[in-house]
Write a protein that binds this ligand. Sequence first.
Ligand code: PEP
Ligand code: MN
Length: 362
Amino acid sequence: MESKFVEPVLVLVLEPGLAGPLRRRIRERLGAYGGEVTAVEGTDRFYLEVRGEIAVLQSLSVESWSGVEKVISLGQELLHAAADPAVDSKGVEVGSVCLGDGSFTIIAGPCAVEEEQRTLRIASEVCSAGADLFRAGAFKPRTSPYAFQGLGEVALQILQKTRQETGLGIVTEILDPRDVEKVATVADMFQVGSRNMHNYSLLKELGQTSVPVLLKRGFASTIDEFLMAAEYILSCGNSNVVLCERGIRCAAATRQVVLDLGSVPELQKRTHLPVLVDPSHGTADSFRVPALARAAAAVGADGILIEVHDQPEEALSDGPQALTPDQFRQLVPQVHQIRAMLDDDDSAVTDDLVSTSGGEDH
Ligand code: PEP
Ligand code: MN
């Protein structure tokens, strides 16, 4: 009988050398849920193409089945953002910096562009301390309409000067689709803030450009919604998207947001896009920032975004979460060391952890 499903909706990448009986078991399990499976033999592994009802197949959490290394979704869902071994390690270039190519990128600067001399001073401090890109908002999306909204076009000129003086690429937030051209004159990377993650007109507009986009997770968004927001930009033709976990609201939390570090491996499993972590907005208090920045490096993020201000108590926005330049300078080698430990040799690190924990079973 001919299949009613024309195209496969999932491709399962099986673990290299997976034994025949285990492959058969996976096929049978999929078959039990209506999946029609075709095995494709690669050089060192098998791939299973699966046809069937996408909603049913996606609800099976196949990615957690034993013997399955990765699942590539080919349905309508994540057509562009899905994990793809072919583009997995390419990364997104922002000037001379490449995010997600295996390096650890540090984006730092004040929440907002304030007066010129202060901005240049902070930029020069973060640059000499090891930041790869400078970030500061010209247009600020504030909760209160009466709070400081950013210096707008004046700030764009200051950012231009900052790039000239430090050589650092500029990351700055875009709020309004009508400002895309203007902000693109200085932005090496647009930031889409948490509040605008669902602003689909803005996402589609940014998709028409080739300027890299740092897309922050909405503070009440699921991972699926986050990935779909990325899909809006990617599907319009801009493939330069970087995701950023920045903390989410939790019913049980006493703090405003809780940094969801578990999203990092999940996003890395489901998408090929680089994933950064913002421990500044994710903790809202400077005393927590270094610890969570180190944790972001340990969890395997592709980089971090850190707010830095030379006089946090005078900052016009987000002062309480800003590190001083000295605190930032201390943090940079720590995150690089943690990252290098992960890179060194995964098995050596695992052996080390097992031997220091006594190797007991739990
Ligand atoms: C910011 O980066 O300054 C900012 C406002 O972040 P978020 O959109 O994550 O709140
Ligand atoms: Mn901020």
